[in-house]
Design a protein around this ligand. Sequence first.
Ligand SMILES: [Zn+2]
Ligand SMILES: [Zn+2]
Length: 337
Amino acid sequence: MPNLPPIKRFTTRSGARIYRIAFDFMPNLSGRVYLLLGAGAPVLVDAGSPAATETIWAGLSTVGAEFGESFRPEDLRRILVTHAHVDHYGGLAEIVRRTGAEIGVHALDRRVVSAGLERLMIAEHAFRAFLRRAGVAEADRSRLLEGFGRTKRRLESVPVDLLLEEGRDIDGVRVFHTPGHSPGHVCLLVDDVLLAGDHILSRTITQQWPESIAPYTGLGHYLESLDKVKGIPDISLVMGGHEPPVHDVYDRIESIRASHMRRIDRVLAVLRDSPQPLTIDEITGRLYDRQTAFHAFLALTDVAARVEYLDERGRLAVANLDEIRDEEVPAYRYQVA
Ligand SMILES: [Zn+2]
Ligand SMILES: [Zn+2]
């Protein structure tokens, strides 16, 4: 297990306190939730994975004991969820049982939280069709599909109490809808500090998915959401769901954008170098080693997001129109337009 960073206090420009609590999520990946005090009622931003609840609860208790806050975990009034991925909302049910806190999430991620099984079945249906269109062989399809649902199937659904709409202010927190990594992803601004979920991370380029799996994801939305954050003036600190804080978010946004442009260029280069048109699976195979099912899944969906982005902008041609006319769910073969 990696060493988790200790609980740390950050103070915003107007004196609100943000406590960062880290938890183990996967090997080599820890997550973070944030307790906000002094802006309004006590708020927790994100709820961690189901297995993280005891770590988070201990962290919430520490804030009262070690930082001189008159706060007990039971005082929590709201949990605002940046996006409905397991490491951000998986702990909701248990924390709500202990505190009675209200849950806030964006409408586009709402039913993943409140009706998880329904959304999982719909997402798996879209994912199955996507794998065929992407040209993935049958044996790999079932392996990828199995990995897609594994963690989500066990999650307990919980009712959502309030919707995090663009521009809304809740307990001193301003909501910005930043779709891309997730349809209902939000960034939450507290004075000059932005709690950015997985939208902007300090080291990693945020995972992308094609809109053909989930509407309102997609690289186009993601890049627009980066622009939205760039337009927020005077952010002095960004803290995300993983990794250390970002101190110069405007600079970080430029390097994330440049990285995406390089990744897009790599897809175009692979297609130009190939004597025949390629499926998304074939493009992925030329760009990445895919040792584990998890890496294969991330690589495939990331490349698919880039192909979709290029296709939506008229940069690609589809070569196998006969198959698309004759087959129910054909694989698409792309070349540069
Ligand atoms: Zn995420
Ligand atoms: Zn995450």
